[in-house]
Design a protein around this ligand. Structure first.
Ligand SMILES: [Zn+2]
Length: 85
């Protein structure tokens, strides 16, 4: 499965685009999303990655379809400087 095969929400598309731009400028980014089951705000630990298989909630252990469910309300955290590639 590839990213381009998915029916991304507009929000996910723009988040991925902004993450790419930040990475190009030297930031380390982590995608953030909201668990659709319990509403907990979650962050993927793996840097500079998009998880097409979805995200497992640390609070309720259920998997949200982060990129194809509008309720996931994707966003990202950018860390500038200090990091090394
Ligand atoms: Zn949850």
């Amino acid at each position: 499965m590839k990213l381009s095969d998915l029916n991304l929400t507009p929000r996910a598309k723009s988040t991925i685009q902004q993450m790419d731009e930040a990475i190009v400028k030297g930031a380390t980014v982590h995608m953030k999303w909201t668990c659709v089951y319990c509403g907990a705000r979650q962050t993927f630990e793996e840097p500079n990655a998009v998880h097409i298989q979805g995200g497992r909630c640390e609070e309720c252990n259920k998997v949200t379809d982060v990129l194809q469910d509008e309720r996931a309300d994707t966003n990202f955290l950018a860390i500038w400087g200090g990091g090394r590639k």
